[in-house]
Design a protein around this ligand. Structure first.
Ligand SMILES: C[S@@+](CC[C@H](N)C(=O)[O-])C[C@H]1O[C@@H](n2cnc3c(N)ncnc32)[C@H](O)[C@@H]1O
Length: 288
């Protein structure tokens, strides 16, 4: 790995063990509700079946790990792998009563599954944060049995995700110049929208030793409550790229951004909900 890739990777590991991870763990229940359609689509796409061994990469607070454990029960097993201690703590609490799960605090760039290799590598939004995706994908392949599958979901570009673009643009509108670079403007920078270019991701998979791979988009709505728009707007101001954009600014500016987000989403409310369009890319690759 180049020094730059090592540095990018270390920044992500630090962030997921710092404020980004704490924020993710704190909003776990709300996030899980919002991402339920992605879980359903990715479970269909990945087709985990009873008896399989599955590795859930970047398993987060365990929502996907639990669904996988239920799908492979009673004889299958799921390992949830995550680099964030604070997030894995939430997963441990959630999965304490689930017998066919092991949770491991380790880095997907270097760790591999002990014992039998997996039938399936699975990830909902857990693989876009590697400083060197080819190195990480190649390492993950060591945990996969021959002809095993690697199925994951990643976000399509910001502009195709109004649920994030609307709050992001509203937050930008209150920031003083100069405007920060657009998310994913550097294709090598890991992050939420790092895998928005499907051709690039297919190439990365190929270079990492997965000879066949495919992709398809999945569209859905991110649903937010309209009964307390100020609260919804504050939640959106803390999320993903918008959260990162605002994090180092003073409290007063973050409050101004939340107000701008509230103004942008208020006209979109229909009854008790605000539904904002979202697009995800579903990838599947096969090991040789
Ligand atoms: C956006 S969250 C998704 C969590 C979970 N998959 C879900 O859908 O709820 C990304 C997760 O990937 C984890 N992650 C980031 N880099 C990682 C790495 N190098 N190795 C393992 N996990 C990593 C983070 O700690 C975080 O839990």
């Amino acid at each position: 790995m180049t020094d730059q890739a090592t540095e990018r990777h270390a920044r992500q590991v630090e962030a997921w063990n710092g404020p980004t991870g704490a924020q993710w763990a704190a909003s776990e229940a709300r996030t899980e509700r919002g991402l339920a359609p992605v879980l359903a689509a990715l479970m269909d796409w990945a087709a985990p079946a009873p008896g399989m061994r599955v590795l859930d990469v970047g398993c987060g607070a365990g929502g996907t790990t639990l669904a996988l454990a239920q799908a492979v029960a009673p004889t299958g097993h799921v390992t949830g792998l995550d680099v964030s201690a604070v997030i894995l703590e939430a997963a441990r609490a959630r999965l304490a009563e689930t017998p066919n799960v092991t949770l491991t605090l380790a880095d997907a760039l270097t760790w591999s599954l002990p014992g039998e290799p997996a039938d399936l590598l699975f990830s909902r939004f857990g693989v876009m944060f590697f400083g060197d995706p080819v190195a990480a994908f190649a390492n993950l392949r060591r945990s996969l049995k021959p002809a095993g599958r690697f199925a994951f979901a990643a976000w399509a570009p910001l502009a195709e995700n109004p649920w994030m673009d609307i709050p992001y643009q509203a937050a930008l509108s209150v920031l003083p110049p100069p405007a920060p670079p657009l998310p994913a403007s550097d294709p090598n920078e890991p992050g939420q929208f790092a895998f928005g270019n499907p051709a690039r991701v297919l190439r990365l998979l190929h270079d990492a030793g997965y000879p066949t791979a495919r992709v398809r988009p999945f569209d859905f709505n991110m649903r937010f409550p309209a009964d307390d728009i100020a609260r919804t707007a504050t939640g959106l101001s803390n999320m993903g790229q918008t959260g990162r954009l605002l994090r180092d600014h003073p409290e007063a500016l973050r409050t101004q951004a939340a107000t701008a987000i509230a103004q942008a989403i208020t006209p979109l409310a229909k009854g008790p909900w605000i539904d904002l369009p979202a697009r995800v890319l579903l990838f599947e690759a096969a090991a040789p």
